[in-house]
Design a protein around this ligand. Structure first.
Ligand code: BGC
Length: 372
């Protein structure tokens, strides 16, 4: 009996210590999580992971999704401020977010730009993301390898797509990719079908290949138009696609064209979405770029926690962008501290990278077709 009482006492003490520790850590303060959209699968997972990580450190947290509408997201952020949030983690939609970020700064709320820069704002200091230039480099390297361009003896045909011109990342992805592709274009091994911005600074041509708000139907329609116009008299060997959602939409357009049935172009992607991993497994999409957003969420909350406590920033697995990469933290008004995680290229050969990271654990109840 005495033994049982002792055990209960020890358990009770342990439980109260856990409570003290968790209260001390976040002190029950609120972190507001504002994610841009749900039509790209990853953001739902990001929102959930951020709330989970915040709670682990003793914060209260709530996630809202902006439906690719900056007005909606601004209202969501304002509501976080009204509720007394001490920190905001924001994946914004466009620079229309700046006025509410200014409001947050006036209230001394810590703002962290999450995976997308908050453009045209000087009212925040921190940004956590991936090395977005490298994402583009990896996309293009997969195309070069997939086409075996170094050994090619006749020109290969490629068409170019970019992400949303309202999203700073789209420029880095594209410029990273073109840093790899331009030399092959210059040497004639690769021929661009349709508009060819050599870099994103060719604004006119970049706008022509960009995909407003990363909307899949826009990319699909643009691909259909290319197939019946610029690409009518050639067979495309490759397509630079900036993310998985758009890659699959572009592939749908190709699959509807008899010329490409059973002979799809090599196409890149990004985000390691489940549907794209399956598409790679089935030999359709060629590559994706895995960005472990569970790690990004964990890093973002560590960052928020350290800043809220006035501690020096030290985030395991992330490096402060310096040199050329510091440009990733350029809001157009100032340079914020940008902390970068590393992206990983994935093709059919290393699909298990995501499985090993536990990235799809919520998907695998019915077995694991990626391992079959
Ligand atoms: C993110 C990508 C995502 C895209 C569309 C970008 O800012 O970096 O991971 O695919 O937005 O949501």
């Amino acid at each position: 009996m005495k033994k049982i009482a002792a055990v209960i006492l020890v358990l009770a003490m342990a439980a109260s210590m856990v409570m003290v520790v968790s209260c001390k850590a976040g002190g029950g303060q609120m972190i507001g999580v504002a994610m841009p959209e749900t039509h790209v699968q990853r953001w739902v997972k990001d929102g959930n992971s951020l709330v989970e990580e915040a709670k682990k450190l003793g914060y209260r947290a709530e996630a809202q999704f902006g439906d690719a509408n900056q007005g909606t997201q601004n209202q969501q952020i304002q509501s976080f401020l009204t509720q007394g949030a001490k920190a905001l983690i924001v994946g914004c939609i466009n620079d229309g977010v700046a006025p509410v970020i200014a409001e947050a700064a006036r209230d001394n709320v810590v703002v962290i730009a999450y995976d997308r820069i908050i453009p045209n704002s000087e009212d925040y200091d921190y940004y956590i993301t991936f090395n977005n230039f490298k994402v583009g480099v990896l996309q293009a390297e997969s195309i070069v390898a997939g086409l075996d361009l170094d050994a090619a003896t006749s020109p290969k045909y490629i068409t170019l797509f970019a992400g949303s011109p309202t999203d700073g990342n789209a420029f880095f992805f594209f410029d990273g990719a073109m840093s790899v592709l331009n030399p092959y274009i210059d040497s004639g091994k690769l021929v661009v079908v349709g508009p060819y911005p050599r870099t994103s600074s060719d604004t006119n041509n970049f706008q022509r290949i960009a995909t407003e708000n990363w909307q899949a139907p826009i990319a699909k329609t643009r691909m259909e138009n290319l197939l019946s116009n610029d690409a009518r008299n050639v067979t495309l060997d490759a397509i630079l696609a900036p993310n998985d959602t758009l890659a699959r939409a572009i592939l749908e357009a190709c699959k509807a064209d008899a010329k490409y049935r059973g002979n799809l172009p090599i196409i890149s992607g990004q985000d390691a979405e489940w549907d794209s991993a399956m598409s790679i497994k089935n030999g359709e999409q060629f590559s994706t770029v895995f960005k472990d957003t569970a790690k990004l969420a964990e890093a973002a909350i560590i960052l928020a926690d350290q800043v809220l406590k006035g501690q020096p920033v030290n985030i395991p697995g992330a490096v402060l962008a310096t040199g050329d990469l510091a440009e990733i933290g350029n809001t157009g008004r100032k340079y914020v501290n940008a902390y970068l995680l590393d992206p990983i290229l994935v093709t059919e050969d290393n699909l298990t990278v995501m499985l090993d990271a536990g990235f799809y654990d919520d998907r695998l109840d019915g077995g694991n077709p990626l391992r079959w």
